[in-house]
Write a protein that binds this ligand. Structure first.
Ligand SMILES: [Mg+2]
Length: 368
């Protein structure tokens, strides 16, 4: 017999307003997996932050779907609390983005059961998030125009993507035009320790930090690099667990951590790393993976926590999409965004539009 529980998986292809280029490639679409749980009259949602290719990490949409449909689905037939789900899924190595998609679905579900907005359910919140912008690699003149517009609209921090061989041109021209703006650069792991001279040369651009200069899985060489440069280091890609964050802080590899709940396996692990950063008196902010309004709502809730002490990459929806799959859109005011005050993540999904941009829809019944 079928219960009234179901999980619907939408694989969507949403065009980006403008292409987004990093050191690992150019994205024209956000190819997302959206999960919709229906249970006991509650609709809960989440977004898997994988995309089509394994470029940010080894996971992609198809590996995430495989892990969700073959393994993780078996752990949620009783719709457990997120902590219970984490315990059950511990034996599966890695695949944090797939796990996070399910874990975050459960956070949305339980905050809706308790009729509390997610941002109040997960901790002490200041009630707003400080917003920075992440700008892709482009013709430097275009990047400068974009920065100009971003400052005018109130962004609290400008981050530019850089790539090996393009970094000096990008940063020197930007700094010439904007000597004092709060600026950071994200290399997405395009250097190795052998490039130390290039990285030393970036000290003069007075960056707030350089994000992930060395390879995606490296922590140790970042500690070595940090001794040679004055620019603080922010780690992103290799911080996939609380233990990795602890090691990075202990050996002096990171001054700052960019928290992405997808990369860390969900909200619970993100909260643990946020508290760890507080204990170590380090910087911590919430990053982004070009999420639709669903993933974005989780990020804004986390970014509003008291312990988040730096502006994140959590722009309003319109920075990335002409039309989003949610109807209520975040608005930025003076470089801040207020999380939604309705229960859970608080988004109203535009189902008609989401179906239009779906390349696959699968409904799974979750009977026990
Ligand atoms: Mg990054």
């Amino acid at each position: 017999m079928f219960s009234n529980k179901s999980l619907t998986i939408y694989k969507i292809r949403l065009p980006l307003k403008i292409p987004f280029t990093t050191s690992f490639g150019t994205q024209h679409y956000r190819n997302a997996i959206i999960l919709h749980l229906m249970y006991n009259g509650i609709d809960a949602y989440s977004e898997c932050v994988t995309d089509e290719g394994p470029y940010y990490s080894y996971e992609d949409n198809e590996t995430a779907l495989h892990i969700i449909k073959t393994y993780l689905i078996n752990y949620i037939k009783d719709v457990p609390e997120p902590s219970k789900f984490l315990e059950r899924s511990e034996k599966i190595k890695g695949h944090n983005m797939a796990k996070a998609a399910i874990e975050m679905l459960l956070w949305d579900y339980y905050s809706k059961v308790k009729k509390i907005p997610l941002y109040k359910y997960i901790g002490e919140s200041k009630g707003y998030a400080l917003i920075g912008i992440s700008i892709g690699i482009d013709d430097v003149k275009k990047m400068i125009n974009f920065i100009h517009e971003s400052i005018k609209s109130g962004y609290r921090r400008i981050k530019v993507k850089i790539d090996k061989g393009k970094e000096i041109k990008i940063l020197s021209e930007i700094r010439e035009y904007f000597p004092d703006i709060p600026l950071s650069a994200d290399a997405n792991g395009c250097y190795t320790i052998k490039d130390i001279e290039i990285l030393k040369a970036l000290d003069k651009y007075n960056l707030l930090y350089i994000e992930q200069p060395l390879q995606h899985d490296d922590i140790i060489h970042h500690a070595k690099l940090r001794k040679e440069i004055s620019t603080p280091i922010c780690l992103d890609e290799p911080i996939t667990s609380y233990e990795k964050a602890l090691k990075a802080f202990e050996i002096g590899a990171a001054d700052i951590i960019n928290i992405k709940p997808g990369r860390l396996g969900g909200v619970y692990n993100s909260l643990k790393v946020i508290e760890l950063a507080k204990e170590f008196k380090k910087g911590v902010w919430i990053g982004g993976m070009l999420e639709t309004g669903i993933g974005r709502a989780f990020n804004i809730a986390l970014a509003s926590l008291n312990s988040i002490n730096m502006p994140g990459d959590t722009s309003p929806n319109e920075r990335y999409f002409n039309k989003d799959i949610v109807l209520n859109l975040f608005k930025m005011n003076n470089g801040t965004i207020i999380p939604y005050d309705s229960p859970g993540i608080g988004v109203n999904v535009d189902f008609e539009f989401m179906k239009n941009v779906s390349t696959r829809i699968e409904k799974l019944d979750l009977w026990v």
